[in-house]
Design a protein around this ligand. Structure first.
Ligand SMILES: Cc1ncc(COP(=O)(O)O)c(C=O)c1O
Ligand SMILES: Nc1c(O)cccc1C(=O)C[C@H](N)C(=O)O
Length: 430
């Protein structure tokens, strides 16, 4: 793992623009259509719009749908798109060709995979996850517990603590009754990153199956699923991969599991011979069996355009820049925001950090501070109960953006403008 160059001790905006001038990834920003004057630090929730996306979607609408009509299932390769784009996601997560397929939503894909994982350990009765996981994962696992357990006797759930949340450790809960462990590699709130190799080893040493949620990892940090020897993974493509709102999830299953895997939903796009229209289900060989029904081809088209950008991104350079941006942000917060008691919640040890930083707002109301920032064009988000989140997408966030974000934050805190009633909590969804 490469280590980001040290951030100089004395930093001013000119230092940041000099870092931008020396940044080998700086040119990628031009590939995105970001509004003028916006510092976009929410690519960990919804990635920015690639410039090529609109034309690609328009072409699929006009040519493939409008003119090609039903012929496009063959002529435009619609039927195999989920596999073809899976192959293009594979190098970003350390997977081999033929091991990744597009799914529907991440939640649905987790259901598909977690059921398959639990069925590989039929004699075991426990699913492990974490209290700090993104809640949809826990909600999905409740269904898995019921479906895979016996009637009236669902699988048991054990949740570990971490990220400041009290609870048992992984070592505490692992025993020979644990079938599956589902963890999110980079935590959605704190940005804390697990050691994938070490955790996978620990889980498999207990005889359990390891499932990783890569929503906050893919396109943010290098991931090596095969290197770690993991079992299954799922993730979304609308964050750091910039596939657009509602772009499809992906599923990875280690090749060794393909022949045995029995996903939750057995549907026709996962059938061995879908156009034989047999009455009986027969799983397709390989990762295809995880497919469900008709792919959302307009979203797939948008994803395809964004994946073009990833063809020539060096993931080591990406990681170096990500660490430089988060380190710069943390050191500016430390040096400039100390008077307001702003606390960095994200691990300071770079190997333990994804590509986002969470701050606790000290005596200020973090929600109101974030609304004031957004009004000033610095877009991050707030996660209850008290975290301001800032995502640093290395492809389009600059060092000067980091400077401007912290300077704006300092101004908002020192003027206390956040106290204005227009920033008070309302019922917005995100
Ligand atoms: C870790 C994690 N898992 C899952 C999801 C969401 O899944 P879905 O794409 O089904 O909304 C998110 C974010 O929304 C997430 O951060
Ligand atoms: N997926 C989202 C959605 O459907 C609506 C609003 C936000 C989202 C997000 O992606 C949230 C994101 N996973 C998070 O880490 O908070």
């Amino acid at each position: 793992m490469s280590i980001a160059p040290a951030i100089p001790h004395v930093i001013d905006r000119a230092t940041c623009t000099a870092l931008d001038a020396a940044d080998p990834l700086a040119g990628h920003r031009e590939l995105f259509d970001l509004p003028e004057g916006v510092v976009y630090l929410d690519g960990n929730s919804l990635g920015a719009l690639p410039r090529a996306t609109a034309a690609r979607v328009q072409r699929v609408i006009a040519e493939e749908w409008g003119t090609g009509l039903i012929r496009s299932w063959n002529d435009a390769g619609w039927f195999t798109k989920p596999i073809d784009l899976g192959d293009r996601i594979a190098p970003l997560i350390g997977a081999a060709a033929g091991e990744v397929v597009l799914g529907d939503s991440t939640s649905g894909s987790l259901f598909q995979v977690a059921v398959a994982a639990a069925r590989l350990r039929p004699e075991r009765r426990v699913i492990v996850s974490e209290l700090g996981n993104f809640p949809t994962d826990l909600y999905v696992l409740e269904s898995v517990q019921e479906l895979v357990g016996e009637p009236g006797r669902p699988l048991e759930r054990r949740l570990i603590g971490g990220d400041g949340i009290p609870g048992p450790t992984l070592a505490d809960v692992l025993d020979d009754d644990v079938a599956v462990v589902v963890l999110t590699h980079v935590n959605y709130r704190t940005g804390r990153m697990y050691d994938m190799n070490e955790v996978t080893r620990q889980v498999q040493a207990a005889g359990a199956i390891m499932v990783w949620d890569l929503c906050h990892s893919v396109g943010a940090v290098p991931v090596d699923l095969n290197g770690a020897g993991a079992d299954f993974a799922i993730g979304c493509t609308y964050k750091y991969l910039n596939g657009g709102p509602g772009s499809p999830s992906f599923i990875w299953a280690a090749e060794r599991h393909h022949p045995e895997a029995r996903p939750a939903i057995t549907a026709w796009h996962g059938h061995a011979k879908p156009f034989d229209f047999d009455v009986e289900y027969a799983p397709a060989p390989g990762i295809t069996r995880f497919r469900v029904g008709t792919p959302q081809l307009l979203s797939v088209a948008a994803l395809e355009a964004s994946l073009d950008i990833w063809r020539d991104v060096d993931l080591e350079l990406l990681r170096e820049k990500s660490l430089r941006l988060t380190e710069l942000f943390i050191s500016l917060v430390d040096s400039r925001l100390a008077p307001w008691g702003i606390e960095v919640v994200t691990p300071r040890q770079s190997a333990r950090r994804g590509s986002q930083v969470a701050l606790r707002a000290g005596g200020a109301d973090g929600y109101a501070v974030m609304q004031a920032l957004i009004e000033r064009g610095v877009i991050g988000d707030f996660r209850a109960p008290d975290l301001m989140r800032f995502g640093f997408t290395p492809l389009y966030v600059s060092h000067a953006d980091v400077w401007d974000a912290v300077a704006t934050l300092e101004d908002i805190l020192s003027t206390e403008v956040w106290r204005d009633s227009r920033f008070a909590r309302r019922g917005a969804v995100t």
